[in-house]
Design a protein around this ligand. Structure first.
Ligand SMILES: [Zn+2]
Ligand SMILES: [Zn+2]
Length: 241
């Protein structure tokens, strides 16, 4: 009975009572996240888009033609318009599709300037794995924590989270509880720190000061493996206790 009576709009509606149409309108501007798993490192490539159909492509790992076709087909069948190519960091598994994406949709590459260091060491790694890494796309735009990434009517803020690589970035939207975290934080683990530019203490400090300050509901989309939440990692991640 109590519950039922609570549903009755109080006097004065709609001035302070939430109208259902507000919620529906709010839902319309949700950012959608599509995840692909590409290349032999099983890297997560993300496409984010909203109802305007503009999209951004983060860490394209598509290396084989077949993988490039999977990405292209998704963009095409969903009528999406790619407007930005972005790297969280420049380890080999996250940049293998950069040249393809930049060329196919004529995009500039958004990255932190210090990640050029990582890109350079990545070239050497590629030959170790018998892979060919094209040179970095010519048109680059350097971003820092002070910038924002916009597409359609959506915006992502940027967190500077070094430690796994020298200048890893996370892209997040607090209103919609989502974060594309690269290899900084995983479900039950954190990024490795034995690659060039890596440092364990720096990584743990980045996660604690930049990510764990977010609410429990914040969804984390990592560079490998399944998505998780800040709440789960805060309580159960063995590296963060
Ligand atoms: Zn990495
Ligand atoms: Zn990775």
């Amino acid at each position: 009975m109590l519950l039922q009576s609570k549903r009755v709009a109080p006097k004065g509606w709609p001035f302070y009572f939430m109208d259902v149409s507000c919620i529906m309108q709010k839902n319309l501007i949700m950012i959608q996240v599509k995840q692909f798993v590409f290349n032999e490192f099983e890297e997560n490539t993300y496409v984010l888009f909203d109802e305007t159909k503009e999209c951004i492509i983060i860490d394209p790992g598509c290396y084989k033609v077949q993988e490039q076709e999977v990405l292209s087909k998704f963009i095409l069948t969903n009528n999406l318009k790619p407007v930005k190519l972005i790297n969280t960091h420049c380890h080999i598994d996250h940049v293998l599709g950069n040249t393809f994406v930049a060329g196919k949709w004529n995009l500039e590459l958004y990255l932190h300037r210090e990640e050029l260091f990582t890109y350079n060491s990545t070239s050497a790694w590629a030959s170790m794995f018998g892979m060919v890494l094209d040179s970095i796309p010519e048109k680059q735009i350097y971003i820092t924590e002070a910038d924002e990434i916009s597409f359609g009517i959506s915006k992502l803020r940027i967190a500077f989270t070094p430690g796994h690589s020298v200048a890893s970035l996370c892209f997040y939207n607090l209103e919609q509880n989502l974060c594309i975290a690269g290899d900084v934080l995983f479900a039950g683990s954190i990024g490795r720190t034995d690659l060039p530019g890596g440092d364990y203490d720096t990584l743990v400090r980045s996660i604690k000061t930049k990510l764990l300050v977010w609410p429990d509901e914040m969804r984390i989309y990592p560079g490998h493996g399944p998505e998780t939440t800040i709440g789960v990692e805060r309580t159960a991640n063995p590296f963060l206790q």
